[in-house]
Design a protein around this ligand. Structure first.
Ligand SMILES: [Zn+2]
Length: 309
């Protein structure tokens, strides 16, 4: 046995042993709290996506709930160190479990506000059941139906935007105009090896819609952005990403016009895998058990471009 293969054998044993360990809850990654403004914080990382926290006159508004009960409790404990005020309202930027499922740890009477398509996606996930389905007793109690809604909650001014489907069909950007802070959800993530956005084709995510939304996000008068995953972003970071993705989509469009196949385009413009990406559910009509890699940016852009031509 070569040295490499013996290492592989050892690793193989370790990998085989891990499912037994995986039965228990995963080890909790603690959230990192960052103060953005006197009354606004970001809860970076921990369990699931980033959270944004705004302290109102009598209560607390949280954007994105974390993934697990333990992770949400960790965030709530950190908020309790900042203020004794209770969490009264949770906004959800989209329907993915790593932003929603921690709701189980919040007070039963918490108000949950999300885009109407987010609620539809959660209802579909609950109906489908299985691991990762959202908590059925914490569905959004208020839905956003317009491209822009403004509201004041507990003295906190909020602007909510949904210009088009992007990461999912129910994305919601939560902007605090007085504090100049915007929570983008997973429309912006920085934990990939490339600039491509993560687009959920199974939730009607859209490459074209992503560009529309990010133009809107850049247009906000924000001086700091809380992305869905990864580090805080400045406007210049978002603009650079928008420019890169717009150029990439234009390249794909040119290749589609030139009659290139999806495989040829993917070979010319490879996507980095989404972080922690599991194989996506097979598309409807696919052979049973056929779980391919999760569709990447090229897949989504190609599908849109060829549908239109
Ligand atoms: Zn996420």
């Amino acid at each position: 046995m070569t040295r490499v293969s013996s290492i592989a054998a050892v690793l193989g044993v370790a990998l085989c042993a891990s499912p037994a360990l995986a039965q228990g809850p995963p080890p909790l990654q603690p959230v990192t709290m960052k103060q953005l403004k006197p009354d606004v914080w970001a809860g970076i990382g921990g369990s699931g996506g980033n959270s944004t926290i705004a302290i109102g006159k009598t209560g607390v508004i949280v954007v994105d709930a974390k993934q697990t009960e333990a992770g949400a409790k960790d965030l709530l404990a950190e908020i309790a160190k900042i203020t004794p005020k209770p969490v009264t309202t949770v906004f959800l930027t989209h329907s993915d479990g790593d932003h929603v499922n921690g709701l189980v740890a919040y007070p039963a009477n918490v108000k949950v506000i999300a885009h109407m398509n987010n609620k539809k996606e959660q209802e579909a996930a609950i109906a489908a059941g299985g691991r990762g389905a959202p908590p059925p007793d914490r569905l959004p109690s208020q839905v956003v139906m317009k491209n822009k809604e403004t509201m004041t909650i507990d003295g906190v001014k909020l602007e909510l935007y949904h210009w088009a489907p992007a990461h999912t069909s129910g994305d919601l950007i939560v902007y605090l105009p007085a504090q100049k802070v915007a929570a983008t959800g997973d429309i912006i993530v920085t934990n990939r090896a490339d600039d491509n956005p993560n687009l959920h084709i199974d939730k009607n995510g859209s490459a074209e819609g992503w560009i529309t939304n990010v133009k809107g996000i850049v247009g906000l008068n924000a001086d700091v952005y809380v992305p869905g995953h990864g580090d805080l972003q400045m406007k210049a970071d978002i603009q650079r990403r928008l420019t890169a993705v717009t150029a990439r989509r234009a390249k794909i469009a040119t290749m589609v016009k030139a009659g290139k196949s999806l495989e040829e385009i993917k070979a010319a413009l490879p996507d980095a895998p989404a972080p922690g990406a599991r194989a996506a559910a097979p598309p409807a009509g696919a052979a049973p058990g056929g779980r391919g890699p999760a569709p990447g940016f090229v897949d989504v852009a190609y599908a849109e471009l060829t549908r239109k031509s």
